[in-house]
Design a protein around this ligand. Structure first.
Ligand SMILES: [Zn+2]
Length: 389
């Protein structure tokens, strides 16, 4: 067990003003640090009504998971024997945190926090940036700025003299598989009405800065870097997905602190999109879920748009390598990615600009997602051609 913090604080302070929330607060106007400040000051919360307090542990601010559960209107259960906490939504969707672990699961999908969950007295605690930039945008999608998603840039990793990972005595090269999978994704997205750009369409070398520069120039609405993985242990397999970590917190698996960079403007969008994408991939393939991770890889860090890097599987694992080479499996991966793009496009769709006719239900009560509703991974559309641009 950790030593108790030297100078714990538990007070209503500046942060709490930021997090002064009640169940009635419109989602778009609450807590998110990355969201623009509300135009009007929110109505003052009633005392003790879902206020989030923090304590300082190892110089970081941590929030009580018990209070986060109350804030969302979720059921809170602390399993002392297993050292974990389960937050359960009214729709019975679960989020599980474990003491001293950076891994948590949300609706069965694994994701990695910047800081391990801590204990304070008889409570498990979540670090504030992990709450604001990771958990909260997944749970309360309404805090994410709306935007229309029309174009996607696909970035097949490696190429030319850079083969990427290799396997089967050099006969299988990552660069070729990346291009095959990327082309399938691009074709499918075009069929569904998106504008698709590529950083390469041939077996050519493209530098990392050139990839980000292409994104800066063409300004796609989303950026997806396509890779396959490799590991010294041939048993390791599964899909993992990277988005940039926020500035000021460590990159996954390192002590390197994230920089302020073009990607950090999209932390909340990236968090939700990564969750939806990983859900889509794992549900479609039943591959091992290696989780959503946050690391400032160059292409996701320097790309001025929501960006992710997907590792579709391990070439070092014979069974997974065989699948990655299989046209049907590649098509399955591509469909899952296209569904992951569709789902974020749908969630972020701005409200229609045409005002609804007076007196219609839409005019009286604008639709708003209630807090505490974890988005379900979308079902694939009935017909790919039916998607509007
Ligand atoms: Zn690679």
């Amino acid at each position: 067990m950790q030593n108790p913090p030297a100078h714990p604080t538990c007070r209503l302070a500046a942060l709490v003003t930021l997090l002064l929330l009640s169940a009635m607060t419109p989602p778009a106007h609450a807590a998110a640090s990355a969201a623009p400040p509300p135009k009007k000051a929110p109505a003052p919360a009633k005392p003790n009504q879902h206020v989030l307090h923090y304590v300082t542990i190892n110089k970081r601010r941590y929030l009580y998971l018990r209070e986060i559960a109350a804030f969302y209107g979720f059921h809170y259960q602390y399993h002392r024997m297993d050292k974990n906490v389960t937050l359960t939504s009214p729709q019975k969707e679960k989020i599980v945190f474990t003491f001293q672990s950076q891994l948590f699961t949300i609706k069965g999908i694994t994701a990695s926090l910047s800081y391990p969950v801590q204990r304070y007295r008889d409570d498990l605690m979540l670090e504030t940036t992990d709450f604001q930039e990771f958990l909260d945008p997944i749970v309360r999608t309404a805090i994410i700025p709306r935007r229309t998603i029309r174009s996607v840039m696909i970035d097949p990793g490696h190429g030319g003299t850079d083969q990427g990972a290799t396997a089967a005595k050099g006969k299988v090269e990552e660069k070729a598989l990346n291009l095959q999978i990327a082309t399938r994704i691009g074709n499918l997205l075009r069929q569904r009405g998106y504008i698709v750009h590529y950083t390469r369409t041939k077996d050519t070398a493209v530098t990392l800065p050139a990839r980000s520069a292409a994104a800066a120039k063409l300004k796609p609405d989303l950026f997806i870097s396509v890779h396959c993985n490799s590991h010294a242990d041939p048993k390791i397999n599964g899909i993992e997905l990277f988005i940039a970590n926020p500035a000021g917190v460590p990159s996954y698996g390192t002590t390197t602190i994230g920089k302020d960079c073009p990607s950090v403007k999209f932390n909340t969008t990236n968090a939700l999109w990564a969750f939806l994408m990983q859900s889509s991939l794992i549900n479609a393939t039943k591959a091992t879920d290696r989780g959503v991770k946050r690391k400032q890889f160059a292409v996701v860090r320097e790309t001025p748009t929501p960006a992710m890097l997907i590792e579709f599987g391990f070439l070092s694992n014979a069974a997974e390598r065989k699948k990655l080479q299989d046209a049907k499996y590649q098509a399955k991966l591509a469909a899952a990615v296209a569904d992951g793009v569709d789902s974020i496009a749908k969630l972020l769709q701005p409200p229609s600009k045409a005002p609804p006719a007076r007196g219609t239900p839409a005019a009286r009560a604008p639709a708003r997602r209630p807090p505490g509703n974890i988005p379900l991974p979308p079902k694939p559309p009935a017909s790919p051609a039916s998607r509007k641009p």
